[in-house]
Design a protein around this ligand. Structure first.
Ligand SMILES: [Zn+2]
Length: 507
């Protein structure tokens, strides 16, 4: 929450060194709340209808921070996840500026935040970095300490750029939805003409007007064109004397759109090699996986951790998954990838094969500083040698969060017997109240089903009730449903006495 000069964060913002080894998961939120000091506090939305004035900028600050601190790939990955979040939210009917909503809380959604941020990203790309920054400065200075609407934002952009931006605001701020497009490519060597045929397939009546850059490639040399899409079906034409090796529309992947591309295998290989940005590479990896192409293995050595991780997940679905060269690359990643999340993913990958020869590798990394790496390694040990894994799980139970936490709990609960009740109950009790604890409650209840001593079962129920009572009353409405569902099964298996005890404890 962005209170002026005193931002409030929740307790999950506190992360220990081991959690931070996996990356600071709170970093984007910190950037977001700090940015609100300008967008939200110095200028403030005039009404909930215009909430995007606050939230789209705070959302976009996450991109700006990641781009500044870690580079374009990391920022683009974040933008892609945000766009996917908006698309999956089913908000196509909602306008960015909305005057009709049932509750003001409804405005705090993937449209005001994610979509708003992506719209600013398109604006920045359209008018350029320098004009974008000047416009924000103009907006903040002109309207400081005043309530504002999206219209004032348009006026600032127009004042700085000299452009008429009504079309942009009418379409993106006061209109709803987003374009769904297909790209088809036609190359006519005889006529020396390349065509990109763009079809807008969204059901809504309106057709989107979009400025679109197109890169035309000859090997690694490219020429960039700026064109406009105005019609439901539009054809972008490029003359050539030598056949282009790749035509790449929207090369920076800035458009807020769902696109079905129809590139050939050869063109996708070119896109992988020369496309450059995160999404160009990610799309290529997804394509190689879907079309069972050996090029997928190239993703494992990409410079960006997000692509290496994605390639690991994708290659598993292909026949190359146990290819000797692939496995030896992944063994290298499991031992020394510079990114802990990728290293953990590589260890998880190898763990599925349950090969004795990987036991020393897994054993070595159980003590890694990263909870993800340690958890994946322990899972690897458990798959090969349960007897060795159980004491390791006990040994690390005192300091186990994230993946290590869930693997330790899984091992102890699965292997634990009634005799281990005290030890296991202590582990559960010591997990601080968190979403993680909520997740661990399910296997804990599963363990209680194995316990015959009803007094112990009751103590287990006490632990769960104590956790539940720490949750503020307004959230309990949702959480109680979850507890009730999980505990009903336990009650049924233990009989009337326990059923009544559960009833009493969760009044
Ligand atoms: Zn915010």
């Amino acid at each position: 929450m962005e209170n002026s000069t005193a931002v409030i964060h929740q307790e999950t913002a506190y992360q220990n060194d081991r959690e931070l080894a996996d990356g600071n998961r709170w970093e984007e939120t910190i950037a977001h709340e700090v940015f609100h000091h300008w967008f939200g506090n110095i200028v403030t939305t005039e009404s909930w209808s215009n909430l995007t004035i606050n939230e789209s900028f705070a959302n976009y600050s996450e991109y700006l921070w990641l781009e500044y601190k870690y580079g374009r790939d990391k920022a683009d990955q974040h933008a892609y996840n945000d766009m996917t979040g908006y698309i999956n939210s089913g908000s196509e009917q909602k306008k960015l500026v909305r005057h009709h909503y049932a509750n003001k809380e409804d405005m705090f959604d993937a449209v005001s935040y994610n979509k708003g941020g992506r719209i600013l990203h398109m604006m920045r790309d359209y008018i350029g970095d320098s004009a974008f920054k000047k416009s924000l400065n103009h907006f903040l200075k002109t309207y400081q300490h005043k309530p504002v609407e999206a219209t004032q934002l348009r006026l600032s952009f127009e004042e700085v750029t000299g452009l008429d931006l009504n079309w942009f605001f009418n379409q993106w701020y006061y209109g709803s939805g987003h374009p769904k497009m297909t790209f088809r490519y036609v190359l006519d060597d005889a006529a020396g003409k390349a065509q990109v045929i763009v079809n807008q397939t969204q059901k809504e009546q309106h057709v989107f007007r979009l400025p679109i850059k197109v890169d035309v490639y000859y090997g690694d040399k490219k020429t960039r064109f700026l064109r406009w899409i105005n019609k439901r079906t539009d054809t972008l034409t490029f003359d050539y004397t030598m056949r282009p090796t790749l035509i790449n529309p929207d090369p920076e992947r800035v458009l807020l759109a769902e696109i079905t591309d129809n590139k050939s295998e050869e063109q996708m290989i070119e896109q992988w090699k020369h496309g450059g940005t995160f999404l160009n590479r990610r799309e290529a990896i997804a394509f190689f996986a879907k079309n069972t192409m050996p090029e997928i293995a190239k993703g494992l050595t990409d410079k960006f951790a997000g692509i290496r991780l994605f390639a690991l997940q994708q290659i598993e679905k292909t026949p190359y998954k146990d290819d000797q060269a692939v496995i030896s690359t992944i063994e290298g990643m499991a031992a020394s990838d510079p990114d802990k999340n990728v290293q953990a993913e590589a260890l998880k990958y190898l763990a599925k094969f349950k090969k004795e020869k990987h036991l020393p590798l897994f054993t070595k990394y159980v003590t890694d500083v990263s909870y993800s790496v340690a958890g994946a390694a322990l899972k690897g040990v458990y798959g090969i040698n349960k007897t060795a894994a159980i004491p390791l799980a006990k040994q690390h139970a005192g300091d186990a969060r994230g993946l290590l936490g869930s693997v330790v709990t899984e091992i102890l609960l699965e292997s634990g017997t009634e005799a281990d009740f005290d030890e296991i109950a202590t582990i559960y009790r010591n997990i601080p109240p968190s979403e993680e604890k909520l997740e661990q409650t399910i296997p804990y209840i599963g363990f209680l089903e194995k316990v015959n001593d009803l007094e112990k079962v009751k103590r287990g129920i006490d632990d769960i009730a104590a956790f539940r009572n720490m949750i503020p009353a307004e959230y309990r409405v949702f959480i109680d449903e979850f507890f009730k569902m999980q505990l009903t099964k336990l009650g049924n298996s233990k009989g009337k006495e326990i059923q009544q005890y559960i009833e009493q404890s969760f009044k």
